[in-house]
Design a protein around this ligand. Structure first.
Ligand code: ARG
Length: 265
């Protein structure tokens, strides 16, 4: 069943303790990892302050990226719909969410991908009440960078069923072809090849996880600048062998995102 696929994932997340397939944002409170540096985000390590300055944490428990100084790009499944919305707080400028130097700005408006129905089209824009003076992240406008090794980062769980993180974690994951991704079976057989891009290690161990949703998957372009190729969307569990992370394929939506951003003003 294709319609409401994401909704079903959310329900699954609520019903099953270790959410098998989930797109629902986590609302867990950020906290430090009590188990120390050996337990890392599904294979990640801590990002250095300023390493990924475009990273945003959203108050509903999602990630995002600074598309413009006053617009955050995130996942459609992280927001409730489109329209005026002052309920979201964006935190940026610090790897430590509890730092007094972290910048916090409220939303004024949300624009969810037109036609979003829980299956594909997993992107949304959040307009901020004021600009944040940090570098923005360019989005891929062609498929040229939809390959290679990607960087992922977020304050989400550091293992399946784990706690949200106080400090930004990062990892690298290789591209996985649509064919290989579909062959993972289960929900992956419904992969929308044009709209979604997969990444992960065949043996598992490195992945995004709950609470990373909406955050960017990115790499360097030919000029050495960061370019966003994906938006954290879903996966079966986290970092499981043979179960890749699935990301919104940003290049496919580049024009739609650009048009949506100009609508937000
Ligand atoms: N839906 C999750 C969220 O809301 C992200 C899941 C990503 N899962 C994965 N295995 N890559 O944060």
């Amino acid at each position: 069943m294709k319609i409401f696929k994401h909704v079903k994932r959310c329900i699954a997340a609520g019903a099953v303790a270790l959410a098998a397939i989930s797109m629902s944002p986590s609302t867990a409170i950020a906290q430090s990892d009590p188990s120390g540096p050996s337990t890392r985000v599904v294979g990640g390590t801590r990002a250095a302050q300023g390493e990924f300055p475009f990273m945003v944490r959203l108050s509903m428990g999602c990630g995002g990226s600074l598309y413009a100084k006053d617009i955050v790009l995130t996942a459609a499944h992280c927001v409730d719909g489109s329209g005026p919305n002052t309920s979201i707080t964006a935190t940026a400028g610090s790897v430590d969410l509890q730092s007094t130097s972290a910048v916090k700005v409220r939303s004024t408006h949300v624009l969810q991908a037109p036609g979003y129905n829980g299956n594909g089209k997993d992107w949304a824009l959040i307009k901020l009440a004021k600009p944040i003076n940090l570098p923005t992240l360019n989005i891929a406008t062609t498929t040229a960078y939809d390959n290679g090794t990607f960087d992922i980062a977020g304050w989400g769980a550091n293992r399946e069923g784990g706690a949200q993180q106080r400090y930004l974690l990062k990892a690298k994951v290789p591209f996985i072809s649509d064919a290989t991704c579909k062959a993972a079976g289960g929900s992956y057989s419904g992969l929308i090849a044009a709209e979604e891009i997969c990444a992960g290690l065949q043996q598992g161990g490195v992945d995004t996880c709950q609470g990373d949703s909406g955050g960017p998957m990115f790499r360097k372009d030919s000029a050495g600048a960061w370019v966003q190729v994906g938006i954290v969307s879903w996966g079966e569990g986290c970092a499981r062998a043979g179960k890749p992370g699935v990301y919104t394929q940003v290049s496919y939506f580049a024009t739609a995102i650009k048009n949506a951003a100009s609508q937000l003003g």
